[in-house]
Design a protein around this ligand. Sequence first.
Ligand code: ADP
Ligand code: ADP
Length: 237
Amino acid sequence: MPLVEMTDVRKTFPAATRGGQDVEAIRGVDLTVEAGEIVGVVGYSGAGKSTLVRLINALETTTSGSVRIGGREITTLKERELREVRLGIGMIFQQFNLFRSRTVWGNIAYPLEVAGVAKDERNRRISDLLHFVGLADKAHSHVEQLSGGQKQRVGIARALATNPSLLLADESTSALDPETTQEVLALLRRVNRELGITIIVITHEMDVVRSLAQRVVVMEAGRIVEEGPVLQVLSDP
Ligand code: ADP
Ligand code: ADP
């Protein structure tokens, strides 16, 4: 069974002003992602990449079509059940979205606190994650004291805290220099290989897709216009 299965998904945002045009952000997308894959989603700004990802973790509701996560149709779920689905999906962002007032430890603790994980279990989990991302010595540092690459490693640890089966990475290396980008990509490869987590990586950086993904989906104006193995779809620069 595929981990993610989208069938004829559409998402229309109503016009912001009366008489304005509705925005058809996603216009009939079929997408299947198998467990264990790393799939890249590429396309110009406005192509619908972020909306696609927000439909997968149910931060947006679909206008029509079906979204199945692990075989479960999520478009008809109630808020309480959606929270459960979202616990199985981690997300990392371009601007990291960390709490500045919290330490590294406190940032990773956050999703575990929200999920109601008991303190002992929480502490064990955070300690394991800090070692996994190579930040054991930074547990008590404040986020502002960290480099961009370290911040994204905290973001990754936080995204993994609830043991998700899927990680969504939205432009997660776009704010980083080339060297730091390589470090973060190496960590994401380990997340996939060692933890068996499926990754969907949205980016406008073709090099990121080339070095990380096995399969790529090209979006244009709300549709998938091309899809296949990276080496086949993306010719050399
Ligand atoms: P990408 O991530 O590829 O840059 P987006 O998914 O952000 O593309 O946007 C696709 C289209 O949907 C754009 O035209 C964008 O302006 C529009 N859009 C995205 N989110 C909203 C929203 N919340 N309200 C109205 N329009 C939106
Ligand atoms: P805050 O988020 O309130 O600023 P911290 O981020 O330092 O505080 O820590 C959040 C929670 O995790 C607190 O309850 C703290 O006691 C606990 N904690 C922090 N570091 C450790 C650690 N190394 N081992 C066990 N518990 C810790």
